[in-house]
Design a protein around this ligand. Structure first.
Ligand code: ADP
Length: 377
């Protein structure tokens, strides 16, 4: 018995893992050298722990939710032999040692006698900080790679999209130089103007995207969406009339206010209304509908336009995405309008949804949280 006791003690003492051995009542029998190293305890502190600590009365363990694991290690009893039953209960706790945070993983199991009574409980800890750091680095690396891939993809699309209007401008300039026909000249000049406007719009959109990406502070105030929807709808009435499209309003009378950045919110409505106009053939109708439900206030922009194919719907909020149909019906788009809308709505803790039936029309819904007094704090 004594021999095996000595062997057991030597094993514990030499173990590279921090080891504590407890009595069934939670008081400490012993701790090993690795325990002192891991937890930074001096020999005197280790002795103090042996004399005074009771793990089953540790309030911190209770608060952190670890006590249930510890208790399982104390009570779990199999009545089988061999005497040492290894039943690891894995727990992870963080120890703040000065500036560095250590990650340690613990295992706890009871040592039982032949009758299956718990004689002692062993708790070991292993420092897994290095493993955690490597995991964190790998995660960061994967994120950086994903960002680089996205950027690469954006740059490729951007280069391609910028090249199209530029090559139209170049060809038009070349033809302009070759012709003396005033009507033909005017046509080419119009094309150049149109394409340079398109370039300008693309650059504006790219700047907006990067401004929103930087998460610049935006000043928020209490807004009445009915007023903004009416103003913007009226701003578009001339171009709607030119295309023989009717703009209608269906505004909730007592619409609660929202807390939003006015410039950004106007941009949302402008982009959605521009799309509705671009993708609705003449004779069509656009409805601006405001509503509130539970804690949200919303605007719906409904059109009777060409609609969006189901296969395109999941992509329309991506940067530079344009459905094939859009490329043929509305050549001036940049594919950034909806990406901007989505970003702004997300910045406002809102959400956006779309429903569309090809050939019949589309509805874009945006919801913003209803204004509450606490939002201005
Ligand atoms: P674009 O500059 O091409 O309009 P957006 O990001 O605003 O770019 O929209 C992305 C794509 O979503 C469009 O190219 C078009 O295919 C589709 N789309 C957006 N709004 C509508 C709409 N109201 N009706 C039909 N298709 C739409």
């Amino acid at each position: 018995m004594r021999e095996s006791e000595t062997r057991f003690r030597t094993l514990v003492e030499q173990s590279p893992f921090s080891t504590q051995i407890f009595r069934p009542d939670g008081s400490v029998i012993t701790v090993n050298k690795a325990f002192c190293t891991l937890w930074g305890a001096s020999p005197a502190e280790a002795q103090y722990i042996i004399d005074n600590y009771n793990i089953l009365k540790d309030e911190q363990l209770e608060i952190s939710g670890l006590m249930s694991f510890i208790k399982q290690g104390f009570t779990d009893c199999f009545t089988e032999i061999p005497v040492i039953e290894y039943n690891p209960q894995k727990t992870e706790v963080v120890k703040h040692t000065g500036l560095t945070t250590k990650w340690v993983v613990g295992y706890i199991w009871p040592v039982k006698d032949k009758q299956g009574r718990v004689e002692q409980v062993v708790l070991t800890h292993q420092d897994v900080t290095e493993r955690k750091q490597i995991e964190a680095q790998q995660l960061e690396l994967a994120r950086t790679r994903a960002r680089a891939d996205l950027l690469n993809e954006l740059l490729n699309t951007l280069a391609h999209d910028l090249k199209t209007p530029l090559s139209i401008i170049n060809t038009s300039l070349y033809l302009l130089e070759k012709t003396a026909d005033p009507a033909y000249q005017k046509q080419k000049i119009d094309t150049i103007r149109e394409q340079s406007q398109r370039l300008n719009q693309m650059i504006q959109n790219i700047l907006t995207v990067s401004y929103l990406d930087m998460g610049l502070d935006s000043s928020m105030r209490v807004l009445d969406l009915n007023i903004i929807a009416t103003q913007i709808g009226e701003e578009f009435s001339d171009s709607a009339e030119d295309s023989s499209i009717t703009i209608e309003f269906d505004l909730e009378r007592t619409l609660p206010p929202v807390h939003a950045n006015e410039i950004e919110f106007r941009r949302v409505l402008v982009n959605l209304l521009e799309n509705a106009l671009h993708y609705t053939p003449s004779g069509g109708r656009i409805t601006l509908h405001t509503f509130s439900q539970s804690n949200e206030v919303g605007v719906e922009i409904r059109d009777t336009g060409i609609g969006i194919e189901a296969s395109d719907l999941p992509h329309i909020f991506d940067h530079f995405y344009r459905a094939d149909k859009a490329r043929t019906t509305h050549r001036g788009g940049t594919g950034l309008g909806l990406a901007i809308v989505k970003k702004i709505i997300e910045r406002h803790q809102g959400r956006i949804e779309v429903e569309s039936i090809p050939g019949q029309g589309s509805s874009f819904w945006i919801w913003l949280p209803m204004f509450q007094e606490t939002m201005t704090d």
